[in-house]
Design a protein around this ligand. Structure first.
Ligand SMILES: [Zn+2]
Length: 146
């Protein structure tokens, strides 16, 4: 069964009635989980989908996908105790990041570090970068080798 979650009414109406396009573009107003993906709608009614495996456990806290909520005026995605900034989603789908060595989707953690989500056994290089710029240079190195 699919449960669609939205922001609380007051937050939702605040975003939808905002005249600032930037506000709407970078806020999440609705979402649900289907086929191991998180499907989301932004304040400007654009649909985006990201694989659930971009949400990696941080410290002792693992995402509980049965407890999905959108909070904080669409700035935060909550899975039980686990919280991720909506930026994680936008970074992941804007750039459609994938490992240049094994083509697995790349993951961005809560500190903004980007790394290959593949297991160590099947991706020998396990690239990791502190930011998008560094990640792109790793990808660039790879493509100039070929
Ligand atoms: Zn890889």
């Amino acid at each position: 069964m699919i449960t669609i979650k939205t922001l609380p009414d007051t937050q939702l109406s605040c975003i939808l009635s905002s005249v600032l396009p930037h506000n709407k573009e970078h806020l999440l107003i609705l979402g649900f989980i289907a086929d191991n993906k998180l499907i989301l709608l932004t304040g400007n009614l654009k649909q985006i989908a990201v694989p659930l495996d971009i949400f990696k456990p941080s410290g002792t806290c693992s995402p509980d996908f049965d407890k999905f909520e959108l909070i904080d005026y669409g700035h935060t995605i909550q899975f039980g105790e686990y919280e991720a900034s909506s930026d994680v989603v936008f970074k992941s789908c804007d750039h459609n990041l994938e490992c240049p060595f094994c083509a697995f989707p790349a993951t961005i953690d809560s500190r903004g570090e980007i790394y290959c989500s593949n297991s160590h056994e099947s991706c020998v290089f396990q690239p990791r970068a502190k930011n998008l710029e560094e990640w792109n240079s790793i990808c660039g190195l790879r493509s100039s080798e070929v």
